[in-house]
Design a protein around this ligand. Structure first.
Ligand SMILES: [Zn+2]
Length: 319
């Protein structure tokens, strides 16, 4: 089901905001897979370069790259709304560093397109045939507008892209299953970047470690956003579509995927929060970025997420 929709809808797969070296204003980046190319498009050697990099900085993720690699040359990218050509050269280490988290994010989507949810490379949960059939009939995620205030809709960075009425991405048209796919992709990208941060620090390469940390920070608040989207989806179902609500609570694979991705995402948030202790004086160069994300994308979302607490808890429980 996820595969089919990839063919029909323009899929923004990742959105992030990064600092700019030249400008004072932050830079908005979004990534979409190109329609016509397949995962087999890239040469074998490109994949080998990425694997060898991954072996060094995030060995846990080598098996995922091996099975489901998504090449940056298969994506289109907009930066501040302007289309950009990607000419990814895997022999240039700087380019792999720059693309690493997004490669893991897109590769996770590729893996998930076989009707499952990646928790970590060694844990992949597949929806049963029955679960797939049931969830096929769920409502679009944009229905949550009824339980999300217009202030929140405006403030949440990834709202418009993933769950607004205009949005044709899987996170909208596949309802809660599409939301979980996106949650899994952000979680794995962020986690992999933090594993690389940890390994770079162990190699005493603080500059590289900070690069990976900032990469993780550019997406980590997707945790709050997707918990709002998922919690609002369950809440909407509970209030206005009890039949779907009952069905959601019976989707054990989806519920396990939510619980396990949440645990790992929280662990990543913890690593980001403890970075100041670990980096000591070097944290100075990170602090501005951290404050910016917190002020702009975390504080409000973290508070707003509380509106969906009980619905998110219900998703974690076993029947
Ligand atoms: Zn994505």
């Amino acid at each position: 089901m996820l595969l089919i929709s990839n063919c029909f809808f323009a899929q923004v797969h990742e959105q992030r905001i990064v600092e700019s070296n030249q400008l004072n204003a932050p830079v908005f980046i979004s990534v979409e897979p190109l329609a016509e190319k397949s995962e087999n498009y890239q040469t074998l050697s490109e994949k080998e370069y990425v694997i060898s990099f991954c072996q060094q900085y995030a060995p846990e993720y080598v098996s995922l790259i091996q099975s489901s690699y998504s090449s940056p040359n298969n994506w289109s990218r907009t930066v501040n709304g302007v289309g950009q050509t990607i000419n990814f050269n895997p022999q240039n280490r700087e380019e792999i560093i720059k693309e690493f988290e997004t490669i893991i994010h897109e590769t996770t989507h590729h893996k998930n397109s076989f009707s499952g949810f990646l928790i970590e490379p060694s844990v992949y949960l597949v929806l049963s045939e029955q679960e797939r059939q049931i969830s096929n009939n769920f409502f679009n995620s944009d229905f949550i507008a009824r339980v999300v205030s217009s202030e929140a809709q405006d403030k949440i960075f990834r709202y418009k892209t993933y769950v607004s009425k205009q949005s044709g991405v899987g996170a909208n048209v596949e309802g809660i299953v599409g939301l979980m796919d996106e949650y899994s992709a952000y979680q794995n990208g962020c986690t992999a970047a933090l594993i690389a941060y940890d390994n770079a620090l162990k190699n005493k390469d603080t500059t590289l470690a900070i690069t990976f940390l900032k990469s993780a920070m550019a997406t980590h608040y997707a945790y709050y956003e997707f918990n709002i989207f998922i919690g609002a989806y369950v809440q909407y179902a509970r209030l206005y579509n009890p039949e779907v609500h009952q069905q959601i609570l019976k989707l054990n694979t989806l519920k396990r995927a939510y619980s396990l991705n949440t645990q790992r995402f929280l662990n990543s948030l913890q690593i980001i929060q403890s970075a100041s202790t670990r980096l000591k004086g070097n944290y100075r160069s990170v602090k501005y970025t951290a404050d910016y994300y917190n002020k702009t994308y975390v504080d409000f979302e973290k508070e707003y997420m509380k509106n969906f607490d009980s619905d998110l808890q219900a998703l974690k429980s076993n029947p």
